[in-house]
Every structure is written in C-alpha cells, then in structure tokens.
Design a protein around this ligand. Structure first.
Ligand code: HEM
Length: 505
C-alpha cells in the first residue's frame, strides 16, 4: 500500500479507468449470442471461443457440434460468428433464397496486392470476375487440357520409380504437390515449371507460405479492428507479401511475353481476351478484367490449387495404404477400365464409379478446406434464428463430414457410402468438400480430374503401403488448411499384374 502514492490521484484514476475499459472492450461483443438464446462455448476476454475444446480448430468445431447441436454461437476473438450445420439453413444461405444476402465471404481487409482475387472480391466485382472465369472449367475445356495433365502425371510416375525401386520411404506431399502445381501452371499459363524435378522450386515454397498468416497480426486486427485502416496505409498484409509478390512477378513475366492475339488456349489467354479495349471507360470495365485483375486471378489459381490438391492426394494415398482391400478393389476397376496399363482416357476416367466413391470418401474424411464462411449483408431471420447484419456464418465442413448421425462410423473409410445405390440417401448440403451454390469452388471439376488422373496412374503402376514411419493415427496440424502435423510417409511397391492375378485365383 505504501507504494500507492507513487502516482498522483489523477494518474491512478486514469489508470484504473483504462484497465476497466480494456477489460470491458475485450468482452464487449461477447453477449450477442447469449442475448439471442443461441448456445455455444463460453468466450474468454479478447480470445473469444477460439480453441475452447481442442487446439485444432476443425476438431474443436466437431466437439462444439457434439455439445451444442447443429447451430451454435462462437466468437473469433471479439467477432461473433454463427456456426451452422443445419442442412435447411445451409441450403437457404449458400444456394437458394438467401444467397443474395450471403454473397460474400468474410474479408479480413489486409489482403495486400491480392485485394481483387475472385475469392475475396465482392458482389458485382465478384460476379463479373466469376462469369469470365467460369468458361475455363467446363468439361469441354478440361477435356482439352487433359493431354497436358497426362504429361505431368507420367512425370509423377517416373519420379516415383527410383524411390520404389530402392524401397525408400516416400513423403507423399513432396511428389503430389509438385504434380498439382505443374498441371496448374501449364493449364493456366502454358508454362512447364517442372517443379516435380526441382523440389526446391521457389513456386512450391511460396505457395505453401502464402496462407501462413502471422498470428500476432491476426490477433491485432481481430482484437482492435479500428486500426485496420492504419495497418492498410502502412502496407501491412495478412497474406505473405513476399509470396504474393513472387506469384505476381511470375505471371507478369509470362504475360509480358504475350501479345493480345496470342494463339495460346490457356486460362491466361482467355482472361486476356476478355480484357477491355479501353480500361478507363466505366461501361467497358463492367465487361472484362483489367490488367491487375488478370494477374491476380492467375496467381490465385496457382495458389488455391496447390495446397488443396496436394492435401487431397496425400490423404488419398494415406487412405489407400491403410485400406489395402479397398485399394485392391480400386486397382481392379482401373485394370478393367484401362487393360494392360493402357493409356488413361478422359471419358472412361470420369465414368469410373468406384474411383469416384473412393475420392469422395477421402474428401469427406479429410476435406482440405475444413471451414467455409459467408457474411450477412442485412439482418435476416432463417428458421427462427436471427442472423445480424455483418455476422459471419461459419460452415464447419469437417464437423459436418464427421457427424455420426449423418455418417455412421464417421471415422471409418467406407467408399460404399458414395456407391450409386447409397449416395441417393445422403442428406443434401451435408457433404461440402467444394462448398456449394453460386460461390462454390471454381476449380472443382478441374481438381477432381487432377486427383483422379494422379491416383489412377499411380495405382496402375504401384501400390501404397504403410511402413514404420507412417503415423497412425495422424496428429493434425492446428493451423492452415486441414493437414497432418508431420509429413505423411508411406512406401510404394511396384505392381505386377500377373502375380496379383495368380494371388487372386
Ligand atoms: C481438392 C481440391 C480442392 C478443394 C477441396 C477445394 C475446395 C474449395 C472450397 C471449399 C472453396 C470454398 C467454397 C465455398 O465457399 O462455398 C473453394 C473456393 C475456390 N476454389 Fe477450390 N478447391 C480445390 C481445388 C481448386 C483448384 C484446383 C482451383 C483452381 C483451379 C480452385 C479454385 C477456387 C477458387 C477460385 C475459389 C473461390 C471461388 C469464388 O469465390 O467464387 N480450387 N475451393
């Protein structure tokens, strides 16, 4: 007590007022859900309900769903969010009558130079970019790109061969990641990056790095959003600036080497062809993309495609290694569709039913994007629940995919859930690896072809198997997209169809 007079009375009053305000500000917004009668984990000052039950955010979602049901209130730091797993509400928000109120994703506003990528763009700008982009991903266009994809899947097989011959342990992501990246770079801008033969290619490092958001910065902008304009002014970005700059430079270089009337048929050229003649005329701007937007979209294709396809392929390999009977059945389908390791054909590939079921089930168990979100433009009532203007609606995809009422034995890998007969009984809007509705994954079809082709070519030649270094069960990473904490390691063995046939008899 003797030290109390250290400051004057005024200073003490100011200090105490400041502490009271600081404490009150940290919980100011935390009563919103309670007032509306929406259950949820109790928030902590400033931190909100982040990782209340598990430090892996998507496992935390699963545990919240078990405790609070299919709709609960949560707080990301100070920001109230409504987690929704109720199928009718999801239909309304993501697809049907309320989509116009939920057109946009949450924008953390510190996007640096990538402020105009399609996934961040809002309303009319988003519609314009998406409309120009979409024709690149029709079945017809993907079929045209199939030859390029096959070129890269063959390189993947060749690259794996010495590892298999030497019976080496393989870190699967370091093969599948570059395969996806090379496909993406070739199809989007006609350049063979050959990252599969150059594992230290900066493209891969930057693609992985991009969404490694700085935690202190995330906390700062979330707790004190009023400083965001200042951070923006200072050029601070949540997206790694060095990585986004690297992608821009790569795309700009390719772009600079082309003229408007290049005969190339890749995505870049399609976007360039949509470019308005005179960017300064407002009515023209509504039709095409400006130069900055073009470079941004190609950059996001490379970035959005890399981590997601690498993660999906890595988990497919893991599921195959852990379920050899399922893998054998898939190999049987592959062998009968493309006898004698025959060349993979687009139509036949897309008609393979068991392959489709295996891929779907793997994406159910391990959806690379474990959460999606939308923001309410207006206050709106859906199924007796009022969603306030600016509230973020969070769709916990991982929790939805692991809900035992929707998916009996949810942790088991069971492709038959997606068989022709069974898939009719899947509740709509409960399987969302690519999201759903007008704002779903733009690259869905393209990604599925990359996954299926890569898996089929590998399984034509090799079988996956677990080894001492394979982690079972996997410990999941708490940050970034859904993924393991440590790399998945497997072995591959060369297939000899003849000997397998003998075994079968
Ligand atoms: C297995 C691979 C992939 C998965 C699981 C995946 C998943 C997703 C998901 C869940 C979303 C959000 C959807 C929503 O909010 O409803 C999304 C958006 C998006 N994805 Fe993918 N994706 C994959 C691959 C790709 C690829 C290869 C590309 C590019 C060619 C791509 C481009 C995009 C874009 C541009 C968006 C934003 C669309 C918009 O805002 O209109 N994705 N993706």
């Amino acid at each position: 007590m003797a030290s109390l007079p250290l400051f004057s009375l005024e200073t003490w009053i100011l200090l105490i007022t400041f502490i009271c305000l600081f404490v009150a500000y940290g919980s100011w917004t935390h009563g919103v859900h309670e007032k509306m009668g929406i259950p949820g984990p109790k928030p902590r000052m400033y931190l909100g309900s982040i990782n209340r039950f598990n430090k892996v955010y998507y496992i935390d979602d699963k545990e919240c769903a078990q405790m609070y049901g299919r709709v609960w209130g949560t707080y990301e730091l100070r920001r109230p969010m409504l987690a929704v797993m109720e199928p009718d509400m999801l239909r309304s928000i993501l697809v049907k009558e309320c989509f116009n109120y939920f057109t946009n994703r949450r924008d953390l506003r510190l996007n640096g130079d990538l402020y105009d990528i399609v996934s961040i763009a809002e309303d009319d700008q988003w519609r314009r970019i998406r409309n120009i982009f979409t024709p690149n991903f029709t079945s017809g266009r993907i079929k045209e790109m199939f030859g390029i994809m096959k070129h890269h899947s063959r390189k993947l097989i060749d690259k794996l061969r010495p590892k298999v011959d030497n019976n080496e342990v393989v870190e699967v992501k370091s093969f599948f990641g570059p395969y996806g990246m090379d496909v993406m770079a070739s199809c989007s801008m006609g350049v063979d990056m050959d990252s599969i033969n150059n594992p230290s290619h900066p493209l891969l490092a930057h693609a992985s790095n991009l969404f490694n958001i700085s935690i202190p910065l995330f906390l700062l902008q979330g707790c004190f959003p009023f400083i965001i304009p200042l951070l923006k002014l200072l050029g601070v970005s949540l997206i790694q600036k060095s990585s986004s700059a690297f992608f821009r430079t790569v795309v700009e270089k390719v772009r600079a080497e082309r003229n408007e009337s290049s005969p190339q048929r890749d995505i870049l050229q399609h976007l360039v062809n949509s470019k308005t003649v005179d960017d300064s005329r407002e009515e023209k701007q509504k039709e095409g993309l400006n130069e900055h937007e073009i470079i941004s979209q190609i950059s996001i294709l490379l970035m959005a495609g890399y981590e997601t396809t690498a993660s999906a392929l890595m988990f497919l390999a893991y599921n195959m290694a852990r379920n050899p009977e399922i893998m054998k059945r898939l190999q049987k389908e592959i062998d009968s569709t493309f006898p004698n390791k025959g060349s993979v054909q687009y139509e036949a590939l897309m008609q393979m039913e068991y392959l489709d079921a295996v891929v779907n089930e793997s994406l159910r168990l391990y959806p690379p994007i474990a959460r999606i979100d939308r923001v309410a433009k207006e206050t709106i009532k859906i199924k007796d629940i009022t969603i306030l203007k600016d509230m973020v609606v969070l769709v916990p995809v991982y929790a939805l995919h692991h809900d035992p009422e929707l998916w009996p034995e949810p942790e088991e890998f069971k492709p038959e859930r997606f068989s022709k007969e069974n898939k009719q009984s899947i509740t709509p809007y409960t399987y969302l690896p690519f999201g759903v509705g007008p704002r779903n994954c733009l690259g869905m079809r393209f990604a599925l072809v990359i996954l299926k082709l890569g898996l089929v070519e590998v399984l034509q030649n090799y079988s996956f198997s677990i080894c001492e270094e394979t982690e079972i069960p996997l410990q999941m990473s708490p940050s970034g997209l859904l993924g393991p904490l440590r790399p998945i390691k497997l072995k591959l063995v060369t297939r000899s169809i003849a000997s397998e046939n003998v075994e079968c008899n």
